[in-house]
Design a protein around this ligand. Sequence first.
Ligand code: NAD
Ligand code: MG
Length: 391
Amino acid sequence: MQNLVILGSTGSIGTSTLDVVARHPDKFRVVALTANSQIDLMFMQCMQFKPRYAVMLDEGIATRLRQRLREAGQAIEVLSGAAALEQVSVLPETDTVMAAIVGAAGLQPTLAAARAGKKILLANKETLVMAGNVFMDAVRASGSVLLPIDSEHNAIFQALPRGYNGDLAGNGVRRILLTASGGPFRNTPLDELQNVTPEQACAHPNWVMGRKISVDSASMMNKGLEVIEAHWLFNAGADDIQVVVHPQSVIHSLVEYVDGSVLAQLGNPDMRTPIAYGLAYPERIDAGVAPLDLFKVATMNFTAPDLGRFPCLALAYRALRAAGTAPAILNAANEVAVAAFLDKRISFLSIPRVIEAVLDALPVNAVGSLDDVLGADGEARRAAQQQIRQL
Ligand code: NAD
Ligand code: MG
C-alpha cells in the first residue's frame, strides 16, 4: 500500500491522478489532498477518497469545508495555509507526493518533500525551473526517488537506460529530442496573434490542462520551461536538447544514441499514462488510457520551432545559458505576464515583451540557497508589474 499526498488535487493533473488511484484501491491510499480554493470539488474528493487531511490555502474556505465534512460525518482534519502544504508532504506516513500545484506556489512543499526523502512525482516543472540546483541537491542528499510526470520528461526517463546516472555521453547519448505540439497558434497568421483571447489560448488542440500551462503552451514558454526542466533532470546542456515540433503529440519525446538508435515513447496524449508510470514505478498498471491506434494516427510530422513566432522559447534558452537566478527571473516574469493576459490586461504578444524587459533589467546572481531563488522571484515579479504598468 502506497500512502499518497496530492498537492493540487483539484487541478488537471490532480484529478487525473485520482482517476488512476481510483482504479487501484488495493495499491494506493490517499493521506492528504490539497487545493487553493475549489471547495465543492475538494468536498467531493474527500467523500470519495477519505484522506486523513484536506488542506485549503484560505482559512475561510477551510472553515467552510470543515463544517461540511463534519455534517457529512467525515473525520477528516482540515488544515489551511501554505505551511500546511509542507506539513502534509513530510508526514512520516507519507510515502509519495504528487507535486501538481501550478506555478511558484508548488516550490516549497515539493522541496520539503525532497528534503524528507519522499518519492516525488513531479508535475510542477516550475520547481526545477526556479530552484533546479537546490532541489536536485535535496533529492540527492535525502535519496528521494524523483519521477518526472511532465509527459516529455517521463518519455525521456523511459527512453534512457534504467538507473541513468546523469552522464549523457557516458551512456552513449548524443542528444535529447523534446517534442512540442506547437499549441493552438502554430499556424495562426502572425498579424492575428496580437488580438488572440485567453479563451483561444486555452483551447489546446491535443491536451486539456490548467489555464496557466495552456497559455504557456500557446506561447511555447511551456517548452522553454521544459528545456530547463530537462537540463536539471537529466544533466543535459542547452546544446544537448533539441525541440522538435510534432503536432500530433503521439511521440512524447526521444533520446538519440551515438550508434544512431533513437528511442521514443509513444501513446495517446493522456496524462494518466505518465501519472500511472510514476505511481507504479518500476511496475506498470492500467491507467484507463485507450490503446494507441497507429492506423488512426497514420501520419506524423516534425518541424523545427519558429523562434520568430515563439520568442518565449528563445528567452528560456537564454535564461538557461545565463544560469544562476536567470531561470527564476524568467519564470516569475512569465507568471505575472500570463496572469495579466488571462485578466485581459495585456495582449498575448506582450507576454514575451514583459519577460524580455525583466530579463534585461535584472542582474543575474548565483544560487546558493532557496532564499536566493525567492529573492529573485520577488524582484522579478515587481519588475514585471512595473513593465505591465508602462505598456
Ligand atoms: P491546474 O491549474 O489545473 O491545477 C492547479 C492546482 O494547484 C489546483 O488544485 C489548485 O487548487 C492548486 N493551486 C493553485 N494555486 C495554488 C496556490 N497558490 N497554493 C496552493 N495550491 C494552489 O494546473 P495543472 O494543469 O494541473 O498543472 C499543474 C502543474 O503540472 C503545473 O506546474 C503544470 O506545468 C504541470 N503540468 C501539467 C500538465 C497538464 O496536462 N495539465 C502537463 C505537464 C505538466
Ligand atoms: Mg509537457
